[in-house]
Design a protein around this ligand. Sequence first.
Ligand code: FES
Length: 248
Amino acid sequence: MAPLPTSTRTLLRLCPHRSLAALSPPLACTSQQRRHKADIVQRTAGEYDKTPAFESPFRSIDQQPTTKIPDFGAYKSRKGETTNRTVQYFMVGSMGVLAAAGAKATVQDFLVNMSASADVLAQAKVEIDLAAIPEGKNVIVKWRGKPVFIRHRTGDEIQEAEDTKWESLRDPQPDSDRVKRPEWLIMVGVCTHLGCVPIGESGDFGGWFCPCHGSHYDISGRARKGPAPLNLEVPEYSFPEDETVVIG
Ligand code: FES
């Protein structure tokens, strides 16, 4: 570099440093850039050595597939992993508890709605005093919305029911299978044809007659004539005392 003339050197000596920087920005800028470069070199040699280089998916678009997603795993916070998992477990557990409570309430409501009410349960069993029914008479009681026939049979009626050749009947059944005590015949009073209520002490066999389509039942309630396919149904019943029957 050629030496400056004497007049220029004098002028430079007289000017303050700030004024000189303002007059020659390229000189100041060069110095700043130099410092910045030195700083980058120092940091690159130290802390940046461990960080993997960022690969931009757009750097060479001709050589790489455009669907490549950059891996930011190195920048992920390792500190919050345990906390995040705890929150996830808590949320899943809370949702499970809420779902179980909702399901329980739904099922419980459904079962309560479907269960029988108190008045229905009261009708589930009927207790009858048999002492009030004289021999040779019928009584009709209501049980679960259906009529139930109670017949206090005479000795002759019992004999007739037992002597019948039941094997040849359309619904073969001995009289002993239809009664618990021979003098008491208890049956649901619904015709097995189409559901009419037969009339007692009538018909060709001295038992019951259904006027709807002409079915005849004998003194044991067995279908003997007409369209009825089955014998009159015998309900569940018991004798808790000698003169008492409980139906149901
Ligand atoms: S309903 Fe009794 S005979 Fe038809």
